[in-house]
Design a protein around this ligand. Structure first.
Ligand code: ADP
Ligand code: ZN
Length: 518
């Protein structure tokens, strides 16, 4: 007799028209069919829906899917219906009458997969319905919503622990694309399935080149890159609507086939831009994060971040729009402290400030990594690479280190002599002995460290200060004009108690090469 898993396999073929399971899907499906609880972590597009739909269809009874988004439910149910699967959804977009009809169908066994919103699930009426049907699986989609650590926390999701209590024999499958450890542990414990097995799909996209560069001169850099391969499609993500427009305009002025896209445009204009991009009538889109949701274009050859994303989840999702066809594609992130400062300001009034800042810090650590970037990125998603990737800028060009003790002492001492009243720009000007007016107005030309860093360029000093910030010698006072404050660790370095190892700055040659358009 064919096993239930065999049956699932033939449904995959006959109903969905796919030849085989993706590697992890088979394991997840078979584990659920055996009646076990699981936590499934797969990147977006990884094929999570199949994981609960197939056990549902291959067995007696029905599957209940808890989903937080009305639009998502509608899409999935529509797709299922097109494949001839008896499914429906229940949420506040339906009238009471419509809901009653669906509940009747569910009770009579006509529906195999029922999507519900958490609000609906928590009503007494619906609970009574649930008690009268045979469930073969409970799937909790977008399960990160359960966790305060997740990025779309939904209070109703914290009440889902009643499911395991009321239906102890029905396996629970929690699914998400967000995989940081805190969130994962939270999901399992809050659902009352602490022993659930975790299935973690690889988040690696080896065909994507990961490169990070300092933001200075980024526009020239971008123009150079586009001109070297003018026929390739790419997306430039910018932080603000205004910068999307500005960047697009500057590219157009250089004869580049570019346009912009953001949520502030009329919907029809926006859709047209998207259409043109998808049809290859437009090569370059300068966009806010609003762009890319649900667009399926396989030949995007590069994704550039003009500004720093707010966390690694967003970064991963956005670079993921490149190279869906599996061919080599470039991703390039421009990093500046100014962006960190601005993002922090956005987070200032959020009730989740501490969490958002911690995530931003991880983003920053990625941008400043001196080890294989793919390792840093994947480890954030709980995955360890066996070897360095060879397809990131750090692997290709491992940074050279130098002793930065004296440089750090110069900078720390100059800052101390201003009573820690200056930001990095003014500090660099003091160190380089700049004659600009502000220095004289404040009398900084008289301090002992004025001009002691003359032998290094402004760019070098920016790099050094960045390194000192990384190493925690300085911190930025975001609440006070972004001035630099000396930390306890910085004081030790100033007294010569700890050595300071930093990476070498880019040489003038390297810089010129990078900025010269082809
Ligand atoms: P997720 O929910 O993880 O973002 P989906 O479940 O929407 O991903 O699946 C992404 C795409 O992959 C869908 O178009 C789906 O039909 C397709 N897919 C899923 N499993 C398979 C498979 N075994 N073979 C081929 N395509 C698949
Ligand atoms: Zn690498």
């Amino acid at each position: 007799m064919p096993s239930v898993l065999d049956k699932a396999q033939s449904i995959l073929k006959d109903t969905y028209g796919y030849k085989e399971f993706r590697p992890l899907q088979r394991d997840v499906i078979s584990y659920a069919i055996d009646g076990n609880d699981s936590l499934v972590i797969m990147p977006t597009g990884g094929g999570k829906s199949m994981c609960f739909q197939l056990p549902a269809l291959a067995q007696e009874g029905a599957c209940l899917v808890i989903s937080p988004l009305i639009s998502l439910m509608r899409d999935q149910v529509e797709a299922l219906k097109q494949n001839g699967v008896a499914s429906a959804y229940l949420n506040s977009s339906l009238t009471g009458k419509e809901q009653n009809i669906i509940e009747e169908q569910f009770l009579s066994g006509e529906i195999k997969i029922l999507y519900v919103s958490p609000e609906k699930l928590l009503t007494r009426d619906f609970f009574n319905v649930l008690k009268s049907v045979t469930l073969n699986l409970i799937a909790v989609d977008e399960a990160h919503c359960i966790s305060q650590w997740g990025h779309d926390f939904r209070p109703e999701y914290t009440k889902l622990d009643f499911l395991k209590k009321q239906f102890p024999t029905v396996p629970i499958m929690a699914l998400t694309a967000t995989a940081d450890k805190a969130t994962r542990t939270d999901i399992a414990s809050q659902l009352g399935i602490p022993h659930a097995k975790t299935f973690l799909a690889s988040f690696d996209r080896p065909n994507l080149d990961l490169t990070v560069r300092a933001a200075q001169g980024r526009l020239e850099s971008i123009i150079g890159m586009i001109n070297r391969a003018p026929d390739e499609s790419g997306i430039i993500y910018c932080l603000s609507r205004k910068s999307c427009e500005k960047v697009a305009e500057k590219l157009q002025a250089k004869g580049i086939d570019a346009d912009f896209y953001h949520a502030g445009m009329p919907a029809d204009v926006r859709n047209k831009t998207q259409e043109r991009f998808i049809r290859d009538d437009l090569k370059v889109v300068c966009a806010t994060i609003a762009f890319g949701m649900g667009i399926d274009k396989s030949n995007v050859r590069w994704v550039i971040h003009y500004n720093l994303p707010k966390n690694l989840e967003s970064y991963y999702q956005e670079i993921g729009r490149a190279g869906r066809d599996g061919l080599d594609s470039k991703t390039l992130l421009f990093f500046s402290y100014a962006d960190v400062v601005q993002l922090k300001q956005f987070m200032e009034d959020s009730p989740q400030k501490a969490l958002l800042e911690a995530k931003l810090q991880r983003m920053q650590q990625f941008a400043e990594a001196t080890t294989c970037r793919r390792r840093v990125l994947l480890s954030y998603f709980g995955e360890q690479l066996e070897t360095d990737c060879g397809n990131c800028d750090v692997c290709r060009n491992p940074p050279e280190f130098m002793d930065g003790t004296i440089l750090a002492q110069k900078a720390l001492s100059a800052s101390a002599r201003t009573q820690e009243k200056v930001g990095s720009r003014l500090l660099i000007d003091i160190l380089r002995g700049s004659g600009r007016q502000e220095i004289y107005q404040l009398g900084y030309q008289n301090i002992k460290t004025y001009g002691v860093g003359k032998e290094h360029s402004y760019f070098d000093w920016q790099h050094f200060i960045g390194q000192f910030l990384n190493l925690g010698l300085f911190e930025i006072a975001f609440d006070n004009h972004n001035i630099l404050r000396i930390t306890e660790h910085g004081k030790k370095a100033l007294r010569g108690e700890v050595p300071v190892q930093i990476t070498k700055p880019e040489s003038v040659n390297e810089r010129n090469q990078r900025l010269t358009p082809a």
